[in-house]
Structures are given as C-alpha cells and as structure tokens.
Ligand binder design. Sequence first.
Ligand SMILES: [Zn+2]
Length: 375
Amino acid sequence: MQVIINGKILLPDREVIGQALLFDQKIVSLSDTVPEGCAVIDAGGAYVAPGLVDVHIHGYLGADASDGDMEGLRTLARGILQNGVTSFLPTTMTVPWEELERAFGCIRAFMAESARPEFDGAQALGCHAEGPFINPKRKGAQAESAILPPDADKLLAHQDVIRLVTLAPEMPGALDCIRALRGKMRVSIGHTDTDFETAQAALDAGADHFTHTFNAMTGLNHRNPGAVGAALASEAWCELIADTFHVHKGVFSILRRCCGERLVLITDCTRAGGLRDGQYELGGQPIFVKGIECRLADGTIAGSVLKLNDAVRNFRDATGAPLYEAVARASYSPARSLGLDARKGSLLPGRDADILLMDGDCRVQGVWVEGVKKL
Ligand SMILES: [Zn+2]
C-alpha cells in the first residue's frame, strides 16, 4: 500500500485538504491517519489529481494514430503522459478504409500492450473513429476522397476496438446506422451540416456525444438552432477544444452553464503536438503550425497542438471554475462519457490508481498509472 500526504486532493465535486490518499493498484480510501507499513509520498502541498482522460487525440511528437504503426502509438502514449494524461482514445481521421482497418488492428494490439504494468505511457482504452461517415460540407481537415456513406457493419467488425465514432446524422442511412450501433459503441455527432431536428433524431436513435462542439458543425441561430443548439439543449456529452483558438474563451462559460458535468475537455491534438512550429501532415494533407494555431494551406483550422493539462488551466482561467471542477471536466466527465467511470477518471475508492501530482497551473510533477510510478 502507498499513501500520499500533504496534498490537496481533487475529487469530482470538491477539494480535500488534511487527508491522506491510500492506494495500491486501486484507490483505497481517503484517511485521517497514515496506516503502518505504507510507502509514504509527500506531496509537499501540491495538488493530487486523477489522471486525465483524452477521448479525442490524433497524435503527438510526430506520431499519428491513423498511421497504423505500433511504435507511433508508443510515442504518442509516452508523450502525453508528460501532460498528465493516463488514458486516452487514439483517434483516427477520415483516411481510406483499408488504412483505417490497419490502424484499428494496431490500436487493438496496443490496448493490450499499454495495459501491462511495465508499459511506460498512457493506456489506450479503445479507439475514437472520427469519420469516415461525415459530411463533405463540414469536413474541416478531413480528406473528402475517403468519406464513405454510414455503414454499421463496417464499424461492428471492429467493435472490440472502437469505443466512440463520430458521424454526421444527416447522411443517407445514418440514423439506421446509429440504431444498429446502440449498446455496441458510443456515437458522437460531428463534422455535420445537420439541422436541429435531425440532430435530435440522432439523439433519439442513441447518439449521446457531440464532437468538438461548435467546430465543424452547424452553429446556433435562434431560428435555426443547428447541431450546436441540439447539443446545448440535450443531455449529451459535449466535447470542447479549450485552446482559446478553436472556440473563443468567452464561450467556455456558456458551455459550463449549459453542460455542467456533460462538458468534456479534449485536445484534438495532431502529430505536431509537442514539436516546434513548422509544416507537418494530417490525414494526408500538409498542415502549418504557428503557436497554438494549426491550419491547412487554405487557412482551414486543422486540429490542434493543445496539451490536456493546458486545456484544464485555460478552462479554469476563462470561467473562474474551481480547479477540482476544471480537472473533472478532463477526467471524470470523459470517463463517464465512455461508461468507464467505475474504473477511470476519479480518485474515488475502487477506481484505478491513476494519479497526478501537479501545481496550481497544472504543471505535472508526478504520474502513477494503476499505482505504478511512471514519472
Ligand atoms: Zn479530431
């Protein structure tokens, strides 16, 4: 058994001071006393947070989940551990279906590898397939030539890997596809030109998530509320790229009020994440990175270089939310959105001991995954 003392412990709904956090492979309890025989870790006044969970991340440090390359997935998983991410969904782009199948196969093998205690990176919890069943009108940085009509059978052949799929509900056959996926994988509405009513029909059919809310979807107009209106009016999970560039930081408070716990901070990070400014590649197209901006040659925004711990800080700073709440939007909420909150996303007893030590600006000082110190 191990115990962290002198920390400010961040639970989903509050900050706890003056208690110790007991854990082995799992979180055991909060305690007023330190039991005999425990290995003691002194947090020195730092925050003790749950490991962050990123449900939408394509790449990092030159690697991309669509590459179908094990070494690339290892690079990605090790890189984001430095940002406090202990579990994630490697997220594929709209690339040709054969390439996607290769990537799913690779992620399947990597899920097993990354679950082993000796692996020195974040754990893959499955795949987020962003496309290929999207609307060409709202493709963003996705390759139009690889877009396909919705097809549940294609996805169900990989249901052991795909946990979340982004699709556009207005495409032909999409609502039947969503119904066929019910209970097998989560469906997220995104890269969509949908009207409000069709988005609501998709929610009724079983979709319960919106992909990077506001980006690559129909906006909110009071006579034509679109995908954003359906998202804000719904009980679904709403992703936010909280880099202050994809969505103005003034909107963070609107999402906080409308979504509450249903808000999920994501990075949508590309392979340029963690690297210097310059030219990189995303889904077969060149992208240009400058500061926090990532664009295609024509200026279209193309993913991000955001780090999830920075997203937490940005959200806290923009909304005035307490730190425990901002952290929960990048841990507890994403874990719940995947139906994995009994295992991941909080420091509640019985959860995997995925733990961070960090300062008040979310700079990571230590990381444990299932009770094993990784950083
Ligand atoms: Zn994305």
